[in-house]
Design a protein around this ligand. Structure first.
Ligand SMILES: Cc1ncc(COP(=O)(O)O)c(C=O)c1O
Length: 435
């Protein structure tokens, strides 16, 4: 113990950070305040939050509407266990989410508290539904390069992401499907047909043992902001639907407008059996997650004894304060016109990407909704590789906060960001690339 007195020094004496190699001794940002799209550190330096604080913040930091909602709720009802009790914020939020997902009367909301547990719940529901039907299956299909979170089930679904080498023996078996990526133009028909043919062959040999398919619809986030087409996704999911195999859409990152529609699945012709939501659900201020399940799946758990029930739950399941934040966030989507904001952000970032695309150090520029990305040409794509990190460090010096994935640079700003702020971020990128 060094008895440090600065915030970062005290942190280094007491905290173990996520996805961080402490041995490298990289400096930490001591953030003290946040408002709108801007974070401020203890010296008063400001940083544009171009990654929405790990993709959670939607309406900007420091929203009084969200602050009031959670403060009122704490004084009314702060928490109650959610097995054997219920409360208005949880019921109202479930009703509003089902309505948004066009599933009123056709689905059920299961609460948990982060993206990984939303995925664990979905995987367990799909798995146990086969057990309850008396035809157990346990093999899940996933897309190559997928990431679904850090708990053991979620890691198993995302084992091809390359993040979890150290945990190989803990993970359960999955089948990895090819995913044809699209970069500049939205057509990759030859590769898509090849991938679908390969998946058709697999369905013929393994179809009877598959318990479910899980996908990040349209964008694989942590795997490197990799896009695939809605047409491919619809065709893929259709094959599983034909065989009665549940399809899980992990919309933890894509939900709540990020891809330009409220949910990414709305850009496909496919209504999934299970939808995982978290991150932006509370506007980015409280941990909360939901797994929406079709009524068919829910019904398969009904019976007269506990053995058919879903044995899953967390202490903070459906926390009323988090639900109140989520309800206030849904109101903000309406009052601020969040989808129009995303469309504006898309136009502005597309203009900048267009200019950047001829830059010799950049390749694979891509954009969908409020997510823009490009790769640093000719550099190592490994997650811990240096080129992206070097650029991010330079950008931080210019007051722009990014967190590259290897050599993939992406921007996913809060919806309140102004065009001027976006201009500033891209000008900083251009100036750093010059160096
Ligand atoms: C698609 C997707 N699923 C699940 C998760 C896990 O969410 P959490 O970090 O809240 O556990 C993430 C996190 O980045 C994600 O992008």
């Amino acid at each position: 113990m060094k008895n440090s007195t600065t915030l970062t020094g005290r942190d280094q004496d007491s905290i173990w950070h996520p996805f961080t190699q402490h041995g490298l001794g990289r400096p930490l940002l001591p953030i003290t305040e946040a408002k709108g799209s801007t974070l401020r550190d203890e010296t008063g330096r400001e940083y544009l939050d171009m990654i929405s604080s790990w993709w959670v913040n939607l309406h900007g930091h420091g929203r009084p509407e969200l602050a009031k909602a959670i403060s009122d709720q704490v004084l009314r009802l702060d928490h109650v266990q959610f097995a054997g009790a219920t409360h208005e914020p949880a019921v109202l939020l479930a009703e509003r989410l089902l309505e948004k997902a066009c599933l009123t009367g056709a689905g059920r909301v299961f609460y948990s508290d982060n993206g990984s547990t939303a995925v664990e719940s979905a995987v367990k529901i799909a798995h146990q539904h086969w057990v309850n039907r008396g035809t157990p299956r346990h093999l899940f299909a996933t897309l190559c390069g997928a990431y679904h979170g850090d708990t053991v089930g979620a890691m198993s679904m995302g084992r091809s992401s390359g993040f979890f080498e150290a945990f190989g023996h803990l993970l359960f078996e999955t089948v990895t499907l090819p995913v044809p990526l699209i970069w500049k133009d939205f057509a990759n028909e030859d590769e898509e047909n090849e991938a679908l043919a390969e998946i058709t062959r697999l369905m013929e040999s393994e179809g009877e043992s598959l318990a479910g398919l899980i996908v990040e619809p349209l964008v694989q986030g942590a795997g490197g902001m990799r896009f695939h087409s809605a047409g491919f996704l619809s065709a893929l999911c259709g094959m599983f639907r034909e065989r009665g195999i549940p399809v899980i859409f992990d919309e933890v990152m894509t939900g709540f407008g990020r891809t330009g529609s409220f949910f990414a699945y709305q850009q496909t012709e496919f209504l999934p059996d299970l939808i995982c939501l978290s991150k932006g659900i509370t506007g980015g201020i409280m941990p909360l997650a939901v797994t929406i399940a079709s009524n068919d799946l829910f019904d398969s758990f009904l019976g007269n004894d506990f053995s058919r029930a879903l044995a899953h739950g967390h202490s903070y399941t459906a926390n009323p304060v988090a639900c109140a934040a989520a309800l206030a966030s849904l109101d903000l989507h309406e009052s601020t016109g969040s989808l129009e904001q995303v469309a504006r952000i898309n136009r502005c970032m597309a203009r900048h990407l267009g200019l950047l695309s001829s830059h010799p150090k950049i390749e694979k520029t891509r954009i969908l909704g409020g997510i823009a990305a490009f790769d640093l040409a000719g550099t190592d794509s490994d997650y811990s590789a240096g080129a992206g990190r070097e650029l991010a460090t330079m950008l931080q010096g210019q007051g722009v906060l990014l967190r590259p994935l290897g050599n993939v640079i992406y921007l996913i700003p809060p919806y309140c960001i102004t065009d001027k702020e976006i201009d500033r971020a891209f000008e900083a990128i251009l100036s750093c690339l010059g160096k």
